[in-house]
Design a binder for this molecule. Structure first.
Ligand SMILES: Nc1ncnc2c1ncn2[C@@H]1O[C@H](COP(=O)(O)OP(=O)(O)OP(=O)(O)O)[C@@H](O)[C@H]1O
Ligand SMILES: [Mg+2]
Length: 243
C-alpha cells in the first residue's frame, strides 16, 4: 500500500538566520498520500520550514529527505509542486503565458501540456481570464493562479503555503475536494494554514510555535487536548503540550 510508504522524513532539522534560530530540532515523518497541515502563529516558522522541505532553503543542520532524496536537490525539486505565500508571477504576462512558462520548466509539451493548463485553470475558475495580464488580477485571482501553477506538472508532493487565503468559501471547498482527490490518487500534501475549517480537512496537524513542533496529531486528537474541544484553541495551546 502506498499509504505505508514514507514521503518525507525530517530528522532534527535546524534553521538559523545568523544567530537567530528559527527552526529548532524538528523531526517529522509524512506518509505518502497524507494531507499534513502545519499551523501556528505568524512568525512561528511555517514558511521557513516548508521552504526547507521544498529545497528552497537549506537546513543549517539535520536531514530532510523527500521521496528518497536528501534536500536540497534539483531532481528532488522536480517531484514537488510548491506554492509560495507571496505570489511569484510575471505581471506583464497573461495567466496562460505564466502557466506556459512553468510548463516549459517541467518539460510539458504539445497536447498534454495544453490539456493540463486548461484543466488546472478550470479547477481554480480562471478559464475566462486566461488571456488577461496578471497585473490586472485581484489578490485572490493571483493566489488561484499560483495554485494552478503548483498543480500543473502533477507533482508527487504538493507544498502549499496558505493556499486559499483570499479565496472565497465556495471555491475553497472545491479546491479542498480536489486536494482530497489528489491525495486518494497518491499525492502527498503539506499545507500551512490559519483557516480553521482548512485545518479540519487535514488528516494530521503539526502545531508550530517559536520554531518548535509542540504537538502532532489528527484534528480530533489535538482538539481533545484542549479544555474546550475547539480547534481554534489548539492554536493557542501553550508550550507544555507534547507531541
Ligand atoms: N531570510 C530570513 N532572514 C532572517 N530572518 C528570517 C528570514 N526568513 C524568515 N525569517 C524569520 O524567521 C521567523 C519565521 O518566519 P516565517 O516566515 O517562517 O514564519 P511564518 O510562520 O510563515 O509566519 P506567517 O504566518 O506570518 O507567514 C520570523 O521571525 C522571520 O522574521
Ligand atoms: Mg508564512
Amino acid at each position: 500500500m502506498e499509504r505505508n510508504k514514507l514521503a518525507v522524513t525530517i530528522n532534527q532539522a535546524v534553521k538559523r538566520f545568523g544567530k537567530k534560530e528559527v527552526i529548532s530540532n524538528i523531526s517529522l515523518t509524512v506518509m505518502k498520500s497524507e494531507i499534513f497541515g502545519l499551523v501556528g502563529p505568524s512568525g512561528s516558522g511555517k514558511t521557513t520550514f516548508i521552504k526547507m522541505i521544498a529545497g528552497i532553503t537549506e537546513a543549517t543542520a539535520g536531514i530532510i529527505n523527500v521521496l528518497g532524496t536528501n534536500m536540497p536537490n534539483l531532481n528532488g525539486m522536480k517531484k514537488i509542486g510548491y506554492m509560495a505565500q507571496a505570489d511569484a508571477l510575471y505581471g506583464e504576462l497573461s495567466a496562460y503565458e505564466n502557466m506556459d512558462f512553468i510548463a516549459a520548466m517541467y518539460g510539458l509539451k504539445g497536447a498534454h501540456k495544453k490539456k493540463r493548463i486548461q484543466d488546472v485553470l478550470a479547477l481554480v475558475n480562471l478559464t475566462e481570464h486566461q488571456k488577461r495580464p496578471v497585473h490586472e488580477f485581484s489578490g485572490g485571482m493571483k493566489k488561484r493562479l499560483s495554485l494552478a501553477m503548483a498543480l500543473l506538472h502533477e507533482p508527487e508532493l504538493l507544498i502549499l503555503d496558505e493556499p486559499t487565503v483570499g479565496i472565497d468559501p465556495v471555491l475553497r471547498k472545491s479546491i479542498w475536494e480536489e486536494f482530497h482527490n489528489l491525495s486518494k490518487n497518491g499525492t502527498t500534501i503539506i499545507v500551512t494554514t490559519h483557516i480553521m475549517d482548512e485545518a479540519e480537512y487535514c488528516e494530521r496537524l503539526g502545531l508550530l510555535r517559536d520554531g518548535k513542533l509542540l504537538a502532532i496529531g489528527t484534528p480530533e486528537e489535538l482538539k481533545a487536548k484542549t479544555s474546550t474541544g475547539k480547534l481554534e484553541d489548539v492554536f493557542l495551546m501553550e508550550g507544555a503540550v507534547q507531541a
